[in-house]
Design a protein around this ligand. Structure first.
Ligand code: SAH
Length: 341
């Protein structure tokens, strides 16, 4: 498969050039783009307005999606988690989350993650960046209907794979037809990346995984060397000024660690004035070191922020029964492989 050309990840222009390489007129490339990105077909045979001979040549020289689904888990609420294999044998996971009026697709940007947040299942290993085609390929597989929201909140740190991330956003926007405002890039706080993203002038949303209101506590939860919170806040202001998009702050609540009254008060002070929204995420157990706070502790934290005028919601859990948290399914898969070998 690897010596064949992978089509997902190419722009219409690139597909036009590819069609010409195979001796076809340029407009065949536009037809390919339409079938692959808009209609989401997964075989060349389904491309009924292409001549049969061309379809056969495509089958010989090209593959559509670089991802092959190897495991699918569906929860009772419809949340669906996919595990896919990449051309080099690595695996990646992504999640489809249905809502009544819209769907959300949570995609990965790296195989594993180099950041190593203490509470996260992805951070235990890092292999490589995903290509733009491997990012877009997840959306094409998980898309159930038009206009899903796309959140770059799966495995990996999107802003450490900046060029491929931006290429994927552009493909999703221009080729797949998903509005930039429906996409959210979630970052641990890579300041340089936030600034670069702001300068691109796209309307994508920014979510910052803060998890602590001060550098000392943040350093304990996120051991990677990161720019201090003050720098992150400055970059967030710039992001807001450039895009006029309200910033989301994600805060995983860990019992007895970052869920105290003093933390909520300090967080409210930190965010004061910035057009933002706080997403409290009760810890989804992955490692024994942490526990999820009680419902009353979660509510207390939420209320303090709300009383201080900070828009805040508690993220309702989806898909825990199918290992919905970041990196869990892949870890389980790798563990099974280890048992087998
Ligand atoms: N690296 C990016 C995006 C991937 S993580 C980032 O840090 O934002 C997506 C979100 O899931 C982050 O907010 C992360 O902290 C959170 N998360 C990871 N493991 C979790 C767990 N076990 N329970 C709850 N949230 C978790």
């Amino acid at each position: 498969m690897t010596d064949r050309t992978i089509l997902v990840g190419m722009t219409t222009q690139e597909l036009e050039a590819f069609a010409e390489q195979l001796g076809e007129p340029k407009y065949r490339g536009r037809q390919l783009a339409m079938w692959i990105y808009r209609k989401g077909v997964i075989t060349f045979d389904a491309m009924t307005d292409l001549p049969k001979a061309f379809r056969e040549r495509l089958g010989e020289f090209a593959v559509i999606n670089p991802l092959q689904v190897i495991d699918v888990k569906v929860a009772s609420d419809g949340t669906t988690k996919y595990l896919s294999q990449l051309p080099d044998g690595e695996t990646v996971e992504f999640v489809f989350i249905p809502h009544s009026d819209w769907d959300t697709i949570c995609v990965s940007t790296q195989v594993g993650c180099p950041i190593g947040c203490k509470f996260c299942a992805s951070g235990t290993s890092f292999s490589r960046n995903l290509t733009a085609g491997e990012i877009v390929g997840q959306v094409l597989i998980a898309r159930h209907r038009e206009n899903p929201n796309i959140v770059f909140m799966g495995m990996g740190e999107p802003l450490l794979n900046f060029d491929n991330l931006v290429k994927a956003i552009r493909l999703l926007n221009r080729e797949v037809g998903i509005g930039a405002r429906r996409m959210t890039v979630s970052t641990v706080g890579i300041v340089g990346g936030i600034r670069k993203l702001a300068q691109l002038g796209m309307q994508v949303n920014l979510a910052v995984s803060l998890h602590a209101p001060n550098d000392e506590l943040r350093g304990k939860l996120i051991p990677a060397k990161l720019p201090p919170i003050a720098e992150v806040m400055k970059a967030c202001w710039e992001y807001f000024q450039a895009t006029k998009r309200r910033i989301t702050f994600e805060y995983v609540l860990l019992k007895g660690v970052n869920d105290k009254v003093e933390h909520a008060v300090e967080l409210a002070r930190l965010l004061k004035g910035l057009p933002c929204h706080v997403n409290l995420i009760p810890y989804n157990p992955t490692v024994d070191e942490f526990e999820r706070p009680s419902e009353s502790a979660i509510e207390r934290f939420r209320q303090i922020l709300a009383d201080k005028g900070i828009p805040v919601t508690v993220r309702h859990e989806r898909g825990t029964e199918i290992q919905g948290a970041c990196g869990q399914l892949r870890r389980q898969h790798l563990a099974t492989l280890e048992v087998k070998t």
